[in-house]
Structure formats: C-alpha cells, structure tokens
Design a protein around this ligand. Structure first.
Ligand code: SF4
Ligand code: SF4
Length: 139
C-alpha cells in the first residue's frame, strides 16, 4: 500500500471487523495503540493488529489493576529482570533506582512482561518513559 494511506482505508480494504475497538501498529508485544484511524501508514509500520469487542472484553478493555505479585512477569523476562519491582518504582518515579539497582538499561523492550501481566499493567510503556527520563538527565 502507498505510504500515507489512512488506516481506515487499509482496514476496510482488508475486511477487518467493523466492530473493532482498538488498533495497534506493530505486533502484540511491542506495538503501539493508536487513537484514530486517520493515522497514516508510514514506513515504520510492520503490521496492523485489530482487536474486536470480544477480544477487548477478555482484557477488560484496557483497564489496569494493582500488582498481585504473581511473578508471571519475572518468569517471562528473557533478561532475568524483575519487571514487577521496576513497575512499582516507575509508579513512584524512582527512575534513578530503576537504572542503578534494577538494571533498567538491560531491558530491550520486548514487551513479554506486559503481555503476561494479569493486572494489565503497561510495564514496558513505563520502562520506555523511565529510560527516556534517564537519557534526558544524562544529556
Ligand atoms: S505479572 Fe503483573 S501482577 Fe504479576 S507480578 Fe508482574 S506486574 Fe505484578
Ligand atoms: S520488556 Fe524489558 S523487563 Fe519486560 S520482559 Fe522484556 S526485557 Fe524484561
């Protein structure tokens, strides 16, 4: 498809479900949700993921809950990090501690922790923000 094509056109052409509720550019782990189907396709778009209403119901429409310390995120992290602890520190904006004591720099943003979290906590998004803050402080 030509770059610049609005996603609404792409989804209609592909026959995507009309009751779609959320569209993600990229894959299920690292993709970014978009706010409007007027968003154009750019060269960085590797794929488009469309969730139907029923899909969203399974994830409670994006609602988040407190960490229940289930440990699923720790089990899933290929870098052996503690996303649960990192997420709690991110909530308190303790970005320096995340970097110095919890090896935030080793996180390569695969998104596994966010994907498995039953509380739907946007862990990897929090880590991206924390990294950006630390980068700006270091500049
Ligand atoms: S997977 Fe989610 S709920 Fe479970 S420990 Fe990690 S952050 Fe907490
Ligand atoms: S996003 Fe980072 S913290 Fe989460 S599983 Fe991947 S490497 Fe580990």
């Amino acid at each position: 498809m030509p770059l610049g094509t609005p996603l609404s056109f792409v989804l209609d052409f592909a026959g995507a479900p009309t009751e779609s509720r959320q569209v993600i550019l990229g894959g299920p782990m690292m993709g970014q949700a978009i706010a409007t189907l007027d968003t154009p396709v750019t060269k960085g778009v590797s794929g488009v993921l469309v969730f139907r209403k029923t899909d969203m119901a399974a994830r409670d429409a994006g609602k988040t809950y407190p960490c229940i310390k289930c440990g699923e995120c720790v089990e899933s992290c290929p870098m052996g990090l503690n996303p649960s602890a990192l997420g709690m520190l991110a909530g308190k904006r303790q970005y320096d501690t995340m970097g110095s004591d919890y090896h935030l720099g080793d996180c390569f943003e695969c998104g596994c922790c966010s994907y498995v979290c039953p509380s739907n906590i946007p862990l990897v998004q929090q880590f991206r923000v924390a990294k950006q803050v630390l980068r700006e402080k270091a500049a």
